[in-house]
Design a protein around this ligand. Structure first.
Ligand SMILES: [Zn+2]
Length: 195
């Protein structure tokens, strides 16, 4: 699977499968984080999900998607699957992805984006407080998984694909900025511990 095909598909899953669920979740007071699971062989979607912290503060987009994945009648083996996270996973979620047996994850926004553009600094703060890690200090390539930035993949693609991807990335960023405004405007109204 070449990076151009993969980038195109990952962006499409964010646009078409994750974002509609997230916009609905945000309207109910949940955070903007979402996730999806795809088959490696044909990039078909297995499941998409979004944050549901108003039900349970552990239902981050990634863990909530994994919960729903394991509730499927016959979930495929995780070694055959890709994990997509709209935001670089927090330490709980990257561990959950690891424990579930995935050898990869792909993310759109970075931890720094979550802090700077979404006013959610907890990922980086937990890494610093629990493990003494500075931003970017964890091993994105390790014995369990390789983590890749979708935006870096898009920027490394040849033209004209690159420009098309950058346009779509800008559109996705704009939609998330609006969703984030909605979340931030209402976050005091929920009982999410780390809002
Ligand atoms: Zn998380």
């Amino acid at each position: 699977m070449d990076d151009k095909t993969l980038t195109d598909r990952l962006l499409a899953v964010i646009e078409d499968d994750i974002l509609p669920k997230t916009l609905k979740g945000v309207s109910g007071g949940n955070k903007v984080f979402g996730a999806a699971i795809l088959r490696k062989d044909d990039l078909s979607l297995v499941i998409a999900g979004t944050n549901d912290e108003t039900s349970n503060p552990l239902w981050h987009g990634e863990v909530h998607t994994l919960k729903q994945f394991y509730e499927l009648p016959d979930p495929p083996a995780t070694r055959d699957l890709l994990f997509l996270s709209t935001h670089e996973p927090c330490t709980m979620c990257m561990s959950a992805i690891t424990w579930a047996g995935f050898d990869n994850y792909f993310y759109f926004f970075s931890h720094e984006d979550s802090r700077d553009s979404f006013a959610i600094p907890h990922d980086l703060k937990i890494m610093k407080e629990l493990y003494g890690l500075e931003p970017g200090g964890y091993r994105r390539k390790n014995a369990f998984f390789t983590a890749r930035s979708i935006i870096d993949m898009a920027e490394a693609c040849p033209e004209p694909a690159r420009t098309g991807f950058i346009d779509r990335i800008d559109g996705i960023r704009k939609t998330y900025a609006l969703a984030s405004d909605t979340y931030q405007a209402h976050k005091g109204e929920t009982k999410i511990p780390l809002g």
